[in-house]
Design a protein around this ligand. Structure first.
Ligand code: EPU
Length: 338
């Protein structure tokens, strides 16, 4: 296992923020990961995987361990279902395309979400009406303190909206090494109810969509709205959609009759942060190389040489302005590394 000094992390984070890691090593086996965690000359360690949900704001004065664990294995299957173990370093979207090529369904609505498979459980990634938890069986994670592996059941992961055990009690304690998913081989649960998926399918005259058709529709929608991190640095939605209680929602909707919203339960309403940010005039705005995406105000972008601090300053002014205008506190979804 080679340890490199002063490595730029620009290609390791989808925001494309150019800060250095004091030291960096790649781990491609569970054994390497154990060894890296035990290196005594590097007391401080920092884990990076797909780098798709983080904003780096300064040099990382630590040993950065890049998770490069690869492999997809069929654990079991019968005529209707297949159970797969996916190693943490497998690119999420490439893994979905592989499953679709095998004829497996379940992940299609989450096509094109950037990042690696091992980080998917941390924030229970989701898109177009489906979340990771809908196909999730368990994950395996290494306890950083004693380098042992532990299996977390779905229940132990305690998934919520962009939330899990690993963002709360388990934060900083575990490194997810693999995930186990159950997918359909027949009778797929096709979900076309969210947003414009149905419209996309209608455009192509598809009446009984396969998982692959749904994936193609999702890819077309995402490509039309969300910036490709390989072309324009970003971390997807920078903020979470705020959830309002009924009294707060009633007051909000009375003052903003045209606002879009989703009812979650009798007492909970989700309001799209992208709409709130757009109303504050930020959509498409650019401050040096830090900006708000032209087509989706929830996404902050790096036009090339923005610093993490510049992106963070922009995020703070958005939070303040949304709060002033709507009395709603929006919070970052992205992990901010200070
Ligand atoms: N909207 C605006 N202006 C904007 C953006 C959105 O008015 O600039 C309005 C839209 O018109 C629509 C509503 O807000 O009425 C919702 O927009 P959209 O369907 O684009 O979804 P979202 O709530 O903004 C969430 C996820 C996305 C996911 C989409 C589709 C969060 C934080 N974001 O965005 O996830 O792709 O739904 O399921 O929940 C991500 O997490 O990185 C991400 C991209």
């Amino acid at each position: 296992m080679q340890i490199k000094n002063n490595v730029s992390l620009k290609s390791y984070n989808t925001f494309g923020i150019d800060v250095n890691a004091k030291f960096l090593c790649e781990v491609s086996s569970i054994n390497d990961l154990k060894k890296a965690l035990l290196l005594e000359n590097y007391p401080s360690k920092f884990i990076i995987s797909g780098g798709s949900n983080m904003l780096l704001t300064k040099e990382i004065d630590a040993l950065v361990i890049h998770i490069n664990l690869k492999g997809i294995t069929i654990i079991s299957e019968d005529k209707d279902y297949v159970t797969l173990k996916v190693m943490a370093g497998e690119n999420w979207h490439d893994m979905i395309i592989w499953t679709l090529n095998q004829g497996y369904g379940g992940l299609e609505n989450m096509s094109l979400i950037p990042g690696n498979s091992g980080t998917a459980p941390i924030q229970n990634i989701g898109a177009y009406g489906v979340e990771l938890k809908d196909n999730f069986i368990s994950c395996e994670a290494m306890n950083i303190a004693n380098q042992t592996l532990k299996v977390f059941s779905k229940q132990e992961c305690n998934f919520g909206y962009r939330d899990s055990y690993f963002k709360n009690e388990g934060k900083g304690k575990f490194i997810i090494t693999s995930i186990t998913l159950r997918l359909t081989k027949n009778n797929h649960n096709i979900n076309t109810s969210y947003g414009s998926i149905q419209e996309e399918l209608d455009k192509k005259g598809i009446e009984n969509p396969t998982p692959k058709n749904v994936s193609d529709a999702v890819i077309a929608i995402r490509e039309s709205k969300l910036p490709n991190p390989k072309i324009l640095g970003n971390s997807g939605s920078f903020f979470k959609n705020p959830v309002l209680t009924k009294p707060a929602f009633d007051a909000f909707i009375e003052a903003n009759e045209n606002a879009p919203f989703y009812k979650i339960s009798e007492n909970e309403y989700k309001v799209p942060a992208g709409w709130l940010i757009e109303q504050c005039g930020y959509k498409g705005k650019r401050f040096n190389d830090a900006g708000v995406h032209k087509k989706q105000a929830l996404v902050l972008v790096n036009y090339g040489n923005a610093t993490g601090q510049e992106i963070l300053n922009l995020a703070h002014s958005i939070i303040n302005d949304v709060n002033k205008k709507f009395e709603i506190e929006i919070t970052p979804e992205v992990n901010i590394i200070k």
